[in-house]
Design a protein around this ligand. Structure first.
Ligand SMILES: Cc1ncc(COP(=O)(O)O)c(C=O)c1O
Length: 378
């Protein structure tokens, strides 16, 4: 069989995955500082409150609505109202994941071979998403200088006749930086001037560190056609429920929604029980968000205490579930940690320079403290 070129992936196990498998099989106690699946981090999920809303008998009737049920989209609008912005339901499209939302937008905006600009460092999922939709990702660098900043000269240089959109992850994963108010305005102007769409991934918006202001791009005046993405996997810590959304705004929004509706109608991927449950899940998100924020706060305090006086340091962050640590050595740090039974992620996975590792701040507190103690940070 001759499969499509886009599926010519190298499916061989990489060195890191092999090393993790071997250390787990060796029987030594493994302290995993990379767990980012919130349902596997010891948080208290209220099973009645979460599973009860799934038994709404109205879900027995199939009434497909391409963009999602109005009551479910109203719940999303309610979420933005709490972020001090009015979003009309006609601008909301529900999807089964943020990944699906990206795919819908790539199909809306790009012909095969078209280009989308994406920050580096960033989350590695995008490469696969783009490849599956025959879209080419072109990177623009984020620069680190007591915080992360968009390199607008490099962004400008990356634009070609094939560029269709700029992706901004706000706050970014794993670097945890928000686009500042100045950067947001500059990005809007940059895209508007060139007829590009702005895709803003806000899945971690609600996890700003204390004292940091989180502004949704949905609350800004959109000079460019703008798509804000978010969903339950982070907003409620419920990745298994598979509910996300796109909120569109700016010039051409009516046309964009009409076309998105056809894309969504082709799949009708949202199921009814989840849409009936969505308003209750969103309304109850406060408890889970508080638990997660408290975990992040406590783990950051332990991390900073551990790194004080060592040759390693934590990079500045505004928000999110990950910490980037600059470690004393370039090669061999991840391997040496693994020999001591501690798992950390190489920064290279995210396009970070050498000598950076990524840790998940959702790690259960006791594992976190013991794992950090064993890290070879000098
Ligand atoms: C920045 C970012 N966007 C999107 C996703 C995927 O979210 P979903 O589970 O909704 O597809 C992740 C997952 O970690 C992420 O970090």
């Amino acid at each position: 069989m001759r499969f499509s070129k886009r599926t010519n992936w190298n499916l061989a196990e990489n060195d890191f995955t092999r090393a993790v498998r071997e250390v787990r099989a060796s029987g030594v106690e493994v302290l995993d500082l990379t767990v980012s699946n919130p349902t596997a981090c010891g948080f208290a999920y209220d099973s009645e409150a979460l599973l009860g809303p799934l038994s709404d008998s109205r879900a027995l009737v199939y009434e497909p609505e391409a963009l999602g049920m109005v009551r479910a989209r109203e719940a999303v609008a309610g979420y933005y109202r709490e972020h001090r912005t009015e979003v009309g339901v006609e601008r909301v499209c529900l999807t089964t994941s943020t990944s699906e939302a990206y795919s819908f937008l790539f199909r809306l905006l790009c012909d095969p071979g078209d280009e989308v600009l994406i920050a580096r460092p960033s989350y590695p999922l995008f490469e696969f998403l783009a490849e599956l939709d025959d879209v080419k990702l072109v990177e623009y660098p984020l620069l680190y200088d007591a915080g992360w900043h968009v390199d607008f000269y490099a962004l400008e240089a990356a634009v070609t006749a094939k560029t269709k959109a700029v992706v901004v992850v706000h706050p970014n994963n794993p670097t945890g930086n928000f686009a500042s108010a100045k950067e947001s305005a500059a990005l809007q102007e940059f895209c508007a001037r060139r007829g590009l769409a702005l895709i803003v991934d806000e899945v971690f918006l609600d996890y700003a560190l204390e004292g940091v202001e989180a502004r949704s791009f949905a609350a800004e005046t959109c000079e460019a056609l703008t798509f804000v993405l978010s969903g339950l996997s982070k907003v409620c810590g419920l990745p298994q429920m598979k509910v996300s959304w796109i909120v569109a705004g700016g010039p051409g929004v009516g046309d964009a929604m009409a076309r998105l509706e056809v894309i969504a109608d082709t799949f009708l991927s949202m199921n009814a029980p989840m849409q009936f449950a969505l308003p209750q899940w969103l309304a109850g998100r406060g408890a889970m968000q508080r638990e997660i924020r408290e975990r992040v706060r406590a783990n950051l305090a332990v991390l900073d205490a551990r790194l004080a006086g060592t040759q390693a340091n934590r990079l500045v962050m505004d928000a999110g579930w990950a910490a980037v640590v600059r470690v004393p050595r370039h090669g061999g740090f991840v391997e040496e940690a693994m020999e001591r039974g501690v798992l950390v992620q190489p920064g290279e996975f995210y396009g970070l320079p050498e000598g950076r590792v990524v840790l998940s701040l959702l790690t259960p507190v006791e594992i976190w403290a013991r794992g950090l103690e064993r890290l070879p940070v000098g």
